[in-house]
Ligand binder design. Sequence first.
Ligand SMILES: [Zn+2]
Ligand SMILES: [Zn+2]
Length: 444
Amino acid sequence: MEIQFLGSAKEVGRSAVLVETKGKKILLDSGVKLGSGEEFPDINKKLAKKIDYVAISHAHLDHSGFAPFLVEKGFKGKFLVTKPTRDLMQLLLADYRKIGKMKGKQIFSESAMKKALKRTELIKFRDPQKFGGIETTFFNSGHIIGSSSIRLDDGRRSLLYSGDLNYRETTLLPPADTDIPETDVVIMESTYGSKEDRLESLKKTQRRLAEKVKETMKRNGKTLIPVFAVGRGQEIMITLQNYIESGFLPKTKGFTDGMVNKATRIHRQNSKWLKEEIINRILSAADDPFESDYFEIPSTRNKRNVLKYPDSVILATSGMLTGGPSVGYLEELAGDKKNRVILVGYQVEGTLGRELLDGVQKVVVTDEKGNQKKLDVKCDVENIHFSAHADYQQLMQYAQDLPDFKQLFTVHGEASKTVELAETLADKLDISAKSPSLDEWAVV
Ligand SMILES: [Zn+2]
Ligand SMILES: [Zn+2]
């Protein structure tokens, strides 16, 4: 078996690992690297035509965003995905295309996007299937709905690609599977691969969120929570609902605005991919967490009907305030110190969210029409980080809980973190471990 790391090597973004065995070429993930300068995996037309199939771990664009480009480059095979991944790809790829076009970037055609979605083959968890003689199995990776770890077995050698991992139970999902067949080689994500990367318990994080919302309501202020559409939006909504139902939070007027609502619909339609407790709540229709009594979708495009409530809670995309309705709400709320913005996800450098986090008080916002406006930030800004990735301790635990393996590669992390995690696990598990460089080959 040969492996080439075409992306996510000593970096986060453009995940793409090429596996060659038995004369077949399999690509694990086909992502893009977003940010100020976009970067793609190094796959030319010649290679794209030779790839037999692509298995995609989950819908986030750093894992799926290159799929339509692959089709344009002449890839003719299938994309293996779970159903939630396919549904979310439809949403995220269309949005990626729309924003790319608006910014005048190089982007794939609509027909390439449709072809990619049409050529998906739906895979269930824990259901081994043979493609070109290679057994391919998807397992739950706990990160977002439908997210997978992918195992390949050619009969002689086997490989597990973790995908993005969460190894603790969240509001929506069970932790990643580790009860999988013994595997020779593991390729593991390392987003939080450094010893300093320790997260507080989810309970504590949820409680801090509820306390801050309560405090803001008490002083008659509005709370804006910019959220990522997929996963985080739903998790925050359900968390706040639970606190309202338990009586900790007063019954509030809540709103969800932007792409988060489409993503919530996809969660509802694919609810059997969520954890048992959520499925049961949906089945007993009176307690469906996605049919909220407390959160509603604004009925008009202008924000007046949302803003007329003095102590409302607003969940809006995008999560880093880089576009979408969250920016418009910030414009309305920033000037009053009674209000509060709570950032719940990672804020990339160069985004408005990051500026707020860094305490910048004079910012420039760009509205949906592209007009720029100066803004004085007088409201409170809070950072309460909900993570969809395993932290350092959970990554260690995950590697220990997998059946024994001999060789490890760490990907999907800043260079220093992939190196540190490889070194720590090599010592701890007495295995060979490496953080590969971009385009590096390995024979396993
Ligand atoms: Zn992800
Ligand atoms: Zn990722």
